[in-house]
Design a binder for this molecule. Sequence first.
Ligand SMILES: NC(=O)c1ccc[n+]([C@@H]2O[C@H](COP(=O)([O-])OP(=O)(O)OC[C@H]3O[C@@H](n4cnc5c(N)ncnc54)[C@H](O)[C@@H]3O)[C@@H](O)[C@H]2O)c1
Length: 464
Amino acid sequence: MTEEKFTKKILCIGAGYVGGPTMAMIAAKCPQYKITVVDIDENKIAAWQSDELPIYEPGLLDVVKQARGRNLFFTTELEKNIKESEIIFVSVNTPTKTFGEGAGKSADLQYWEKCARDIRGASESDKIIVEKSTLPVKTAIAMERILSANDKGLHFEVVSNPEFLAEGTAIRDLENPDRVLIGSKETDSGLNAREEIVEIFANWIPRDRLITSNLMSAELSKLVANSFLAQRISSINSISALCEIVDADVNEVANAIGKDSRIGNRFLNASVGFGGSCFKKDILNLVYLCETFGLFEVAAYWESVVKMNEYQETRFVKIITKALFNTVTNKRIALFGFAFKANTSDTRESPAFYITKKLMEEKANVVISDPKAIDNAKKDLKYYNDDIEYEEDPYKAADKSHAIAVLTEWDLYKNLDYEKIYGKMEKPAFIFDGRNILDHKKLFEIGFNVYPLGKPHLIHFKDV
Ligand SMILES: NC(=O)c1ccc[n+]([C@@H]2O[C@H](COP(=O)([O-])OP(=O)(O)OC[C@H]3O[C@@H](n4cnc5c(N)ncnc54)[C@H](O)[C@@H]3O)[C@@H](O)[C@H]2O)c1
């Protein structure tokens, strides 16, 4: 298709875990639009242009290949692309602030504000700006103020379209989302902009799943959705601690409560904790917002979700140490999985990071295994790299180890030959299943001492 034939020209600033896959999906579904994705990171853009994409996500390469070079383009050239686009999605990172006022809780909006100023500087026509990043409530208003302070008489309409995809299932989520949320001001120009964005998604998503709202509701809904999801994980994890003491089985409890349609059965797997770049950051963002408005009880309520997650990570390390006769020093411990969840290479806020650090402090010999996340693990643990072994092959990682800890629910770990692994481990051999994905009874019969989460421990000698 020639440039003139494209019915919309869309730009996305930020080619990360959200910008890359979302734009690839829009481009694949809408060949009539020209989609350009821009990033300041040249290496990342080069990777998007190759078959070695910068992120691992099942099915992503196929979707990218359908559209790349046809109506999907990756570039570092910002100014020219701002000029020629009618709609600009902004999908840059919004990490937790590490300095100054709000440090440790509020969002660091420096990348976001820079985008607003870049857009204002380069624009020569009116545009719709779409917030794709997760942002504190009222950021759209602030953005509009920055954009409106131009002397070119240009009008920028800011729309909020928070992304609800989950890493590991991003392609499925983008192709068939539960809902897409589009918030705007309820003025004529706001409603027109809202409809333009609705039109994009209506190319493949049924209209009844395209929800619209005012700007603040859209921004807040994203923070609340992640806070509720994380809260469910912390809730079941809190119960897992009790189950271990009273000989209940957390899976049986989860099954029993999940049958209640008011509760539902999803997100009830006990685990070593939630991770990822979003849950903790977004809850803390909500906490900060509540504190700012004097809602201290509300803030404390949500903050406890993060505290429970930290408690679960600490508890897991304590279980390992106690089982290994109260010392892990000089013991080889194989960590199966470093990604924060299965089917992603993303290690941001992974519980595995915290657990590795704690084990290193106790001078354990840690071996990290993961099918996709070893490169990221090495970056995260750069200060420890001389003392950590990385081994993609789980059999080699477990060789001569005293214990295995499963930290990511990769399918791969369910189907290993654990008899063979057991044969090559130090005895007594221990396995700590931080995701409850293994066949515990079978492992026990092989000879392992088995420590699932929230279930009775299966040990061959009296518990220490
Ligand atoms: N990762 C997820 O699963 C997920 C899901 C929903 C929402 N979100 C939200 O989406 C936003 C992006 O998250 P992500 O995981 O894609 O982050 P990311 O770090 O993977 O990607 C952000 C990209 O923006 C680029 N960038 C930063 N400033 C730039 C600028 N001025 N110009 C051009 N590029 C710039 C960075 O180089 C980076 O590649 C965040 O607000 C996040 O909270 C993330």
